[in-house]
Design a protein around this ligand. Structure first.
Ligand code: ASP
Length: 337
């Protein structure tokens, strides 16, 4: 009898060990996708030099995240570091080089979501945090909240030891000129032509790591000439950012009000979960049928829990890049490419 109990116990232990090992067994289809914004990006308006700068910046950012994943880092680490690089580049509308509000300074929005735990963090309207995505992650990890705003977000980031900068740090000549131009033509904030002609330069990253965990992050300065502490979709979980290991991780860019109203990022995950749509079908349905039909524009990047990706837009272009587990790199700008 004792022998039977002993053998059963051994079998139970080995069964549990197998289960644990299976859970830890690395998957071989990890991957990463980034975007640097969507909009009226036309080849005829782009100099060769500018195009090369964008392609190089996208390659640099995605390679850093890919290296992390390849070496066994988490999707969270990959998303944070890839976004940090784009935040530090003046080319994109996030961190340094963020667009300016109607008072001439940058108000930064960012969010992050962990697909394994469904934990999330976000900041909006911050003015002093050098790397807003890192602050969003700190909100998730070290506060009982999901979103902090304005000076509260700045104070929290400082208390967490993140790098704090003078608001002038974010301002570039290019964005100053952009704001002047928009204010000179007296862009009407209710005019859809104004929004449709915008170049949305938000940055985002979605990743699947070797442990099968998904993560998504988005970071932006929002819209040029924004007023009244306007907040876009980027810091809103479910609109600008969403991740769930059951389905996919998503980051959006575009006319934020439409992404909020369609709960775009969550909708892509929901279409996969409830309707069994493939990732590219779900992304296309949301961007083209739902947002497009309402009159909104923009794009999304998404990766599912098998490493399949979607990079969908209803604009002329979207700065984007993808790397799979084999290290194959695709960098694209225009829609037809
Ligand atoms: N989605 C952002 C916003 O509405 C803008 C962008 O993607 O550049 O704030």
């Amino acid at each position: 009898m004792k022998k039977i109990v002993f053998i059963s116990l051994l079998m139970l232990i080995s069964c549990n060990e197998n289960k644990l090992n299976n859970e830890k067994k690395p998957i071989d289809n990890f991957g990463i996708v980034i975007h640097g914004g969507a909009g009226t990006i036309l080849k005829e308006n782009m100099s060769q030099e500018m195009e090369t700068q964008y392609r190089n910046a996208l390659s640099k950012a995605i390679k850093v995240g890919h290296e992390i994943l390849k070496n066994g880092g988490t999707s969270q680490q990959a998303v944070e570091k890839s976004i940090n690089i784009m935040e530090d580049s003046p080319l994109f509308n996030s961190g340094k080089g963020a667009v300016l509000n109607s008072d001439g300074y940058a108000e930064l929005d960012a969010s992050f979501m962990d697909g394994k735990t469904l934990n999330a963090g976000a900041i909006s309207g911050a003015t002093k945090i050098k790397n807003p995505i890192s602050a969003a992650i700190k909100v998730m990890e070290n506060s009982p909240h999901v979103m902090l705003s304005s000076s509260g977000a700045d104070t929290f980031a400082q208390e967490e030891g993140l790098e704090i900068v003078n608001p002038d740090y974010f301002i570039t000549e290019r964005r100053k000129k952009n704001l002047e131009r928009v204010q000179k033509i007296g862009a009407n904030l209710n005019d859809s032509k104004f929004y449709k002609s915008q170049l949305y330069g938000t940055v985002g990253c979605v990743a699947l790591d070797k442990y099968g965990n998904l993560a998504a992050g988005t970071s932006t300065g929002g819209m040029t000439n924004k007023k009244w502490n306007r907040i876009g979709d980027a810091p809103i979980i479910g609109a600008g950012t969403y991740a769930n290991n059951l389905t996919c991780a998503v980051s959006s860019t575009g006319w934020g009000e439409y992404f909020i109203r369609t709960v775009a990022a969550f909708d892509i995950a929901a279409l996969m979960e409830y309707k069994n749509l493939k990732i590219n079908e779900a992304a296309s349905l949301v961007i083209n049928d739902k947002i497009g039909r309402l009159g909104g524009n923009g794009g999304v990047i998404a990766i599912d829990n098998k490493g399949n990706v979607a990079m969908e837009m209803n604009t002329a272009g979207m700065y984007r890049a993808h790397m799979n587990s084999e290290g194959k790199l695709e960098v694209k700008i225009y829609k037809e490419e």
